[in-house]
Design a protein around this ligand. Structure first.
Ligand code: BG6
Ligand code: MG
Length: 220
């Protein structure tokens, strides 16, 4: 029986992955490191500092922590320039309808994101009020695939992990859900997210009942 749905943010509710990519690419180029869209896949669901480490690794570059903090800060300010220009229309198709549908059916809705910018993005998209709880990068200490972010979400909603369904676009995120004893719907490519219970391309036209049925979850 399902009691709550937990949503990742970047790549699930909004396509911010391309802004992360543009900001990281600019930084990588300044450092003389080649950074492709393929490399970008490695950064999905990964925290800001860990992402920087992955990029520095690609360029076999070692830097002192102070410099790394500075670079991470610089990337974030470039990223925020994109976010500040983002409008409500960038919410992915069907997302708002799906979230609203869950609320009508009295199913708990929480955010489980690694991003420290999550609140700001929810504000930009004007969907903050659709969430009963928001667990983001400012509230967790362990990164996905550790289940902390989703377990905290379940706790905030006062539901058991087994009654939660997670929506994720990152491999590390699908693993986090499973590590927390939760079921998971992958958003994106079936092969990449093979560990998920079900993979869908997005929320456009998706009805809660039929989705839950496909993974043998009931609402009553
Ligand atoms: C995740 C993204 O949701 O948040 C990652 O998938 C990103 O790409 C991470 O690095 C941290 O985000 P932020 O906004 O705190 O830099
Ligand atoms: Mg994501």
């Amino acid at each position: 029986k399902i009691a709550a749905c937990l949503f990742d943010l970047d790549g699930v509710l909004v396509d911010t992955a391309r802004y992360h990519f543009l900001a990281w690419k600019k930084l990588a180029e300044e450092l003389g490191i080649e950074f492709t869209l393929e490399h970008n896949e490695l950064l999905k669901g990964v925290s800001r500092m860990d992402s920087l480490d992955i990029i520095l690794n690609l360029g076999k570059l070692e830097l002192p922590q102070e410099k790394k903090n500075e670079l991470a800060e610089q990337k974030n300010s470039d990223y925020l320039n994109y976010i500040m220009q983002m409008g409500e229309d960038e919410i992915l198709p069907g997302v708002k309808e799906f979230l609203t549908g869950l609320r009508q059916r009295k199913i708990g809705v929480a955010l489980g994101s690694a991003s420290k910018n999550a609140q700001l993005i929810l504000e930009r998209l004007k969907i903050g009020d659709l969430f009963d709880a928001v667990i983001d990068g400012t509230k967790v200490s362990k990164a996905k695939p550790d289940p902390e972010v989703f377990l905290k979400g379940a706790e905030a909603l006062q539901v058991e992990p087994a009654a939660c369904l997670v929506f994720e676009d990152a491999i590390a995120g699908v693993e986090a859900a499973r590590n927390g004893g939760m079921r998971c719907v992958g958003i994106g490519d079936r092969k990449t997210l093979a560990m998920a219970d079900l993979v869908i391309p997005g929320f456009d036209g998706v009805e809660p009942e039929s989705l839950f049925q496909q993974i043998n979850l009931t609402m009553t």
